[in-house]
Write a protein that binds this ligand. Structure first.
Ligand SMILES: Nc1nc2c(c(=O)[nH]1)N[C@H]1C(S)=C(S)[C@@H](COP(=O)(O)OP(=O)(O)OC[C@H]3O[C@@H](n4cnc5c(=O)[nH]c(N)nc54)[C@H](O)[C@@H]3O)O[C@H]1N2
Ligand SMILES: Nc1nc2c(c(=O)[nH]1)N[C@H]1C(S)=C(S)[C@@H](COP(=O)(O)OP(=O)(O)OC[C@H]3O[C@@H](n4cnc5c(=O)[nH]c(N)nc54)[C@H](O)[C@@H]3O)O[C@H]1N2
Ligand SMILES: [Mo]
Length: 770
C-alpha cells in the first residue's frame, strides 16, 4: 500500500501472510522508494555509497559492526540504514513560519509520523511560558536563557541531561564533562531503556559491561543462538554475518515469541544468488518460546549439561576453564539441578524433547555464541536471564576463545560509545578520578538519576530543568501520561535535535529547540573541517565524516552547542578550554585519550582504516570482578502467572520505523499494511477470549497501582505469536507500560512484558478484513 500524503496514517488495514524470508530485491527497491520521496536521486547515491566506508559516514542505523577494511561491500548498508540516512537528508524544512502556523498544543496532538515528516529543524526556537507558539530566538539569547535557568537552580541536581545513542563520542564526552563540572551525575540515557540489563548482568559476572564477540568470532562459531531479537528488521547487516557463519558450517538456533522473517531465510541483496536464489536458511531450529521464558530455557539447558557430565565425566564441561577462571560453580550447580521440569515447560511453552535437542546441538559444538536484544533485556527477569546465559557459556568454556562469547546486540549506532565517554549516572570512581586529575575539579560522587528516576524526580518537582542531546524522551519513556505530566512540570526543557518530535511539544513551561547538524552533514569549525567518532556493538571505535551541505545555515554542531552552553553557564569555573574544544574536536579526543582506558593516542590511532579495537579483558583471560574471577550465579524466577483472560503484551518495532519514529504505517515482513493500531494475537487465544479477526478492541493495562491505562481502538490480527503473548507497536502502546514496572536490578522498563486484557471497543462492531 502506498504511503498516504503527509505521512498521516490512513488507518485502513490490510493483512497479507507474513514473509518467510528477509532482504533481497524488494528491500532495496523499498529503501529507494522512501529515499526518492525524501531527497533527490543524486543525493541518495552520494549518501549511500559513502555509508560505512573507510573515511565515510557511519550509518546512523544500528550499531552492527562493519567488516574489516578491504572486505567491505561497495554498498555496505541495509534497506533500513538507507531509510534512516535519507530521513535525515530530507529536503523538507521546518521553518519559523511553520511554528507560526501551528500552535504547540496543536502539534502535541499530531502523530509521531506526521511530526517527523515535516522535515529538518532549521533555526533555534523558544516557547515562552505564556505562549502557545514557538518563536525564533538567537543562539546567543538561547544560551543566555539556559545559563540563567541553570544558575538559578537551588542545586545542580535539579537539572537532568539526557542522551540518546546517536550522539557522537565527542558530543557525549563534552556533555558529561559539562554536567559534572556543573555539579551533577544526572545523566540518564536511552540505554537505561535498552541494554541496561545486559550491562548490569555482564558487569557483575564478567567484570565488563560490554559484549565479548567480534565479527570474526561470529563467522567462526559453530553454534549461534539468536535470543529475543529481530535482525531482519533491526540489524539487517547481522544477517550477512550469519550467512557467512552458515557457509562456514555453523548452526543457528532462534528463540523468539514470533517467527520473524529474518530468522527464517535471508536473501543477501549484495550478492547475485541472494537476488535470484532461494536465499540462505538462517535458523536450523526455531524455539517458539513464551514471553519471559528464556531464563527457564537456559536454566534447563544448564541442568541437562550437568547431567550429561554425570553420564560422561570429564567430557562435557570445560573443567580447566571453570577451575582457572570462575567462582561459585558448586552453589550454581546445586541450584540448577533442582530446577523443576514442570515449571520449565510451563514457563517456556516448549517440550522437553525440543530442549534436549538443543542440548545435543550444544554438545556437538566447540564454539558457541549467544546473541540477544530487547526480547531479553526488557523483562522483569532481564538481568538474571543474561546471568544464566553467562552460566551457560562458561560451563563449556565458551568465553574468551575465538568463535565464542556473549553478544548483546546494541541498538543505536553509538549507544555503546556514549557510555564509554562517561554518559551514565553511575560512572565508577576510576573514571571520576581520571576526570578530576585531568581537569582539576571535584566531580560529584553520588549517583545521579536514570531515565525512570528522572521521571519520578520531575513529577515530584525535584528536577526542574531537562536538556536532551538527541532522542525523543517523551515517547521513548514508559507510562505516557505520567511522563508527559512530568515534562510539563519542568521549568525549562530543551532539545538538541535534528527533527521535530513529540518531546518538543509536550514540554516545560519554557521550551527550547536547538537544531543541530546530523551525521551526514559537513561540520566546519574555526579549526577546519571536523569528523566525529563512534563505537559499534563490537567495541570498534572509528570515524564518521559528513559530506552533505547542512540543512540550514543556522545549525550548530552538537559539540558547538554544548561547548557554548558550558562556557556561558560555568563562567570559567572550572577552567576548561571549551573554545578550543569547539574549534578542534581533536583537542577533545586528546583529553579522552588520557581518561578512557584503551583510547590512548586516540587521534593518531583512530585515523587508521578500521579505527581502534577497544580491548575486552575477557578475551585476554582477565575477569575484573570484585573477586577477580568470572562468577557463576544462582538465578531464581517465578513461573509467570497471568490472570485468566489476560495476555502478556510486548511492544516492539515494525519494519518501517526508527524507534519512536514510524516512517510508514506498514510492517512488510509481518504482512501488516496501512495501520499501526493493531494487536497480534495467537488464533487459539482469540477463540478462548471470544474475539475475532478484524474486531476493534481497547488494550487495558493491568498493574498493581490500579491506574487506568488504556490504548483504544486497535484492530485484532490473528498471528502466530506464542500462546498468551500478544504484540503491538511501540511507541503507540507506550501508555500501557507502568513507570514502576521495571526489571529487577537494572531499573529498565519492562516493555516486553505488559499484562493487558482486550475489551471490544464500545463504539465499534466487529468487521471482517479482506
Ligand atoms: N530498522 C530499525 N532498526 C533498529 C531500530 C529501529 O527502531 N528500526 N532500533 C534500534 C534499537 S535502539 C534497538 S535497541 C534494536 C532493537 O532490536 P530488537 O531487540 O530486535 O527490537 P524489537 O523490535 O524490540 O524486537 C524484539 C524481539 O524480541 C522478541 N521477543 C519479545 N519478547 C520475547 C521473549 O520474552 N523471549 C524471546 N526469546 N523473544 C522475545 C520479539 O518477538 C522481537 O522479535 O534495534 C536497533 N535497530
Ligand atoms: N514501549 C517501548 N519503549 C521503548 C522501547 C521498546 O521496545 N518499547 N525501546 C527502548 C529503546 S531500545 C530505546 S534505544 C529508546 C529510544 O529512545 P530515543 O533514543 O530517545 O528515541 P529516538 O526515537 O531514537 O529519537 C529520535 C529523535 O532523535 C533526534 N535525532 C536523530 N538523529 C539525531 C542526531 O544525529 N543528533 C541529534 N541531536 N538528534 C538526532 C531526532 O530529533 C529524532 O526525532 O526507546 C525505548 N523505549
Ligand atoms: Mo535501543
Amino acid at each position: 500500500m502506498k504511503k498516504p500524503p503527509g505521512g498521516q496514517p490512513k488507518d485502513e488495514l490490510t493483512v497479507t501472510p507474513p514473509k518467510k524470508w528477509a532482504a533481497g530485491v524488494p528491500a532495496v527497491v523499498h529503501a529507494l522508494e522512501y529515499s526518492l520521496e525524501q531527497t533527490s536521486p543524486l543525493k541518495t547515491g552520494v549518501d549511500l555509497l559513502t555509508m560505512n566506508q573507510v573515511g565515510g559516514i557511519d550509518c546512523p542505523g544500528c550499531a552492527w559492526a562493519d567488516p574489516a577494511p578491504g572486505h567491505r561491500h561497495r554498498n555496505e548498508y541495509c534497506e533500513n540504514g538507507a531509510k534512516h540516512i535519507n530521513d535525515e537528508a530530507t529536503t523538507r524544512r521546518v521553518t519559523a513560519d511553520f511554528f507560526r502556523d501551528h500552535s504547540v498544543s496543536e502539534l502535541s496532538r499530531q502523530s509521531d509520523m506526521w511530526l517527523n515528516h515535516q522535515g529538518r529543524l532549521t533555526e533555534p526556537m523558544v516557547k515562552w511560558p505564556e505562549s502557545d507558539h514557538y518563536e525564533p530566538i538567537s543562539w546567543n539569547d538561547a544560551f543566555r536563557l539556559l545559563a540563567t535557568e541553570l544558575n538559578s537552580l537551588d542545586s545542580p541536581d535539579e537539572a537532568v541531561f539526557y542522551t540518546s545513542g546517536r550522539a557522537s563520542n565527542e558530543a557525549a564526552f563534552v556533555l558529561q564533562l559539562f554536567a559534572r563540572a556543573f555539579g551533577t551525575n544526572n545523566l540518564p540515557d536511552c540505554s537505561n531503556m535498552c541494554h541496561e540489563s545486559s550491562g548490569f548482568a555482564l558487569h557483575e559476572t564478567l567484570g565488563t559491561g560490554k559484549g565479548t564477540v567480534s565479527l570474526h568470532d561470529l563467522h567462526h562459531a559453530d553454534l549461534i543462538f539468536l535470543v529475543g531479537q529481530n535482525p531482519g528488521t533491526n540489524h539487517p547487516r547481522q544477517l550477512s554475518a550469519l550467512e557467512q557463519a552458515k557457509l562456514n558450517g555453523a548452526r543457528v538456533i532462534a528463540v523468539n515469541t514470533l517467527p520473524e522473517a529474518g530468522l527464517l531465510r535471508f536473501k543477501n541483496p549484495q550478492k547475485a544468488r541472494g537476488v535470484i536464489g532461494r536465499g540462505v536458511q538462517i535458523a536450523d531450529r526455531f524455539l517458539h518460546i513464551r514471553a519471559g521464558g528464556d531464563l527457564a530455557l537456559f536454566q534447563a539447558l544448564n541442568r541437562l549439561l550437568l547431567e550429561a557430565e554425570d553420564a560422561r565425566p570429564g567430557q562435557v564441561l570445560d573443567h580447566d576453564f571453570i577451575q582457572a577462571n570462575t567462582s561459585g560453580f558448586e552453589e550454581f550447580a546445586e541450584h540448577v539441578r533442582a530446577v523443576s521440569w514442570d515449571d520449565v515447560l510451563t514457563a517456556t511453552g516448549l517440550t522437553r524433547t525440543q530442549i534436549e535437542d538443543v542440548r545435543d546441538d550444544v554438545l556437538r559444538s566447540e564454539r558457541v555464541v549467544v546473541c540477544w536484544a530487547m526480547g531479553v533485556t526488557q523483562h522483569k527477569h532481564g538481568v538474571p536471564t543474561i546471568r544464566e546465559i553467562v552460566n551457560f557459556l562458561m560451563l563449556r568454556g565458551n568465553l574468551g576463545r575465538a568463535g565464542t562469547g556473549a553478544c548483546p546486540v546494541r541498538g543505536h549506532s553509538n549507544v555503546q560509545g556514549d557510555r564509554t565517554m562517561g554518559v551514565w549516572e553511575q560512572m565508577p570512581d576510576s573514571f571520576l578520578d581520571a576526570l578530576q586529575q585531568e581537569f582539576g575539579f571535584d566531580p560529584p560522587r553520588a549517583h545521579g538519576v536514570d531515565s525512570v528516576n528522572s521521571i519520578r524526580a520531575m513529577r515530584e518537582g525535584r528536577v526542574k530543568f531537562f536538556l536532551a542531546l538527541a532522542g525523543n524522551f517523551v515517547r521513548a519513556a514508559p507510562d505516557s501520561e505520567v511522563t508527559e505530566a512530568a515534562m510539563r512540570n519542568c521549568r525549562l526543557t530543551a532539545h538538541i535535535s535534528t527533527k521535530l518530535n513529540l518531546s518538543h511539544t509536550v514540554c516545560g513551561r519554557t521550551a527550547l529547540i536547538l537544531p543541530t547538524l546530523g551525521r551526514t552533514e559537513r561540520d566546519i569549525q574555526a579549526g577546519g573541517e571536523q569528523f566525529v567518532t563512534v563505537e559499534n556493538s563490537m567495541s570498534e571505535v572509528h570515524t564518521s565524516r559528513g559530506r552533505l551541505k547542512p540543512a540550514s545555515k543556522l545549525l550548530l554542531s552538537e559539540v558547538a552547542i554544548l561547548c557554548r552552553l558550558a562556557r556561558r553557564t560555568l563562567n570559567g569555573k572550572p577552567d576548561i578550554p571549551w573554545d578550543r574544544f569547539e574549534a578542534d574536536y581533536g583537542a577533545i579526543r586528546d583529553r579522552i585519550s588520557r581518561i578512557v582506558p584503551g583510547l590512548h593516542d586516540f587521534n593518531r590511532r583512530v585515523a587508521r582504516p578500521g579505527g581502534i579495537q577497544l580491548p575486552n579483558p575477557v578475551n585476554e583471560g582477565v575477569f575484573p570482578t570484585a573477586v577477580g574471577k568470572a562468577l557463576f550465579t544462582r538465578n531464581d524466577w517465578e513461573v509467570p502467572h497471568l490472570p485468566e483472560g489476560h495476555l502478556l503484551l510486548q511492544t516492539l518495532r515494525s519494519h518501517d520505523q526508527w524507534n519512536t519514529i514510524p516512517y510508514t504505517p506498514n510492517d512488510r515482513y509481518r504482512g501488516i499494511h496501512g495501520s499501526r493500531r493493531v494487536v497480534l494475537v495467537n488464533p487459539a487465544d482469540l477463540t478462548e477470549l471470544g474475539l475475532s479477526e478484524g474486531q476493534h478492541v481497547d488494550l487495558i493495562g493491568v498493574w498493581s497501582d490500579g491506574a487506568d491505562r488504556r490504548a483504544e481502538d486497535f484492530e485484532v490480527v490473528p498471528y502466530p505469536t506464542s500462546r498468551g503473548c500478544a504484540a503491538s507497536y511501540y511507541p503507540e502502546t507506550q501508555g500501557l507500560v507502568p513507570l514502576d514496572s521495571v526489571a529487577d536490578i537494572s531499573n529498565q522498563p519492562t516493555s516486553k512484558g505488559v499484562v493487558v486484557r482486550l475489551r471490544p471497543t464500545a463504539s465499534r462492531t466487529g468487521t471482517s478484513m479482506g
